[in-house]
Design a protein around this ligand. Structure first.
Ligand SMILES: [Zn+2]
Length: 265
């Protein structure tokens, strides 16, 4: 079988284990079915911006061409830094209609264990997708807000006492440290001032996420398709947005957004 795809973030949904789908030119590829099989990924030396779709010699950042990175609302400041959201004041960054729809909806501030304790912000309705994208083994909601700005303020306050980055190497070796998220939630909620503490959620559900990985490698090495345009190995599993190959090579699919590849197995 052979599929061609302009790589983009895999879709995922929570089952036991998490299920992953990759969009190709023809159809979604059910990635879980490829685990245990030898697959070949060949970079076609073509890159397409994930926003405008045009072909470029090189993409600028996050799969965007330079122009889109600086003009598209999908790459606006508040996407990476929620505290810079302005739609709740009716102030436009790049496209107010887009920003209103995106920012003015319930958001959560969550704690997750993805190679270590981290804090993050996401839209409430897609929180489990966010957690699986990060390869979190466990997650819990800390606060529920009415918009992205409020969630951003809480995240900023908590970043002083907890990391906001995934430790991907640990996550891919399945070396998440033991973290009591319920206790951490209580501890961190105590760091919030009165104005922010009113958003602390009543929902204390602890989410456990299982990934489709047969064997975790003892050592991991990121694969860069610019340097190594051809990967051929047995797929051992998938966690976060990473394909994990026998031998410890790991390919970050999201990190190669816009790269055109041929996938065969
Ligand atoms: Zn573009």
């Amino acid at each position: 079988m052979e599929f061609v795809s302009n790589l983009s973030k895999m879709s995922s949904y929570v089952e036991e284990p998490v299920q992953y789908l990759l969009l190709t030119d023809h159809d979604f590829l059910k990635m879980n079915e490829l685990i245990g099989r030898e697959i070949k990924i060949e970079f076609q030396k073509e890159k397409y911006c994930i926003s405008c779709g045009n072909q470029f010699q090189d993409l600028y950042r996050m799969g965007f061409c330079k122009n889109c990175f600086y003009t598209s609302p999908e790459a606006g400041e508040s996407i990476i830094r929620p505290e810079l959201s302005k739609a709740h004041e009716g102030v436009e960054d790049r496209d107010l209609a887009f920003e209103k729809e995106y920012q003015l909806q319930p958001h959560v501030v969550y704690l997750a264990n993805s190679g270590g304790l981290k804090v993050g912000v996401t839209r409430d309705r897609q929180k489990t997708t966010r957690w699986t994208d990060q390869g979190a083994s466990q997650a819990i909601v800390l606060a529920l807000t009415t918009n992205r700005y409020e969630a951003g303020l809480i995240e900023v306050a908590l970043k002083e006492v907890v990391a906001d980055k995934t430790v991907w190497q640990k996550m891919l070796r399945n070396e998440d440290p033991e973290v009591d998220l319920i206790a951490e939630r209580k501890r961190l909620a105590g760091h919030l001032n009165e104005e922010l503490a009113r958003f602390v959620s009543d929902d204390t559900t602890l989410y456990n996420l299982k990934y489709p990985v047969k064997n975790y490698p003892a050592k991991v090495k990121g694969i860069n398709l610019d340097k190594n345009p051809e990967v051929q190995a047995i797929l051992q599993g998938i966690r976060g947005q990473y394909l994990i190959f026998e031998g410890g090579g790991v390919l970050n699919i999201r990190g190669h957004s816009g790269y055109r590849v041929k996938i065969s197995f």
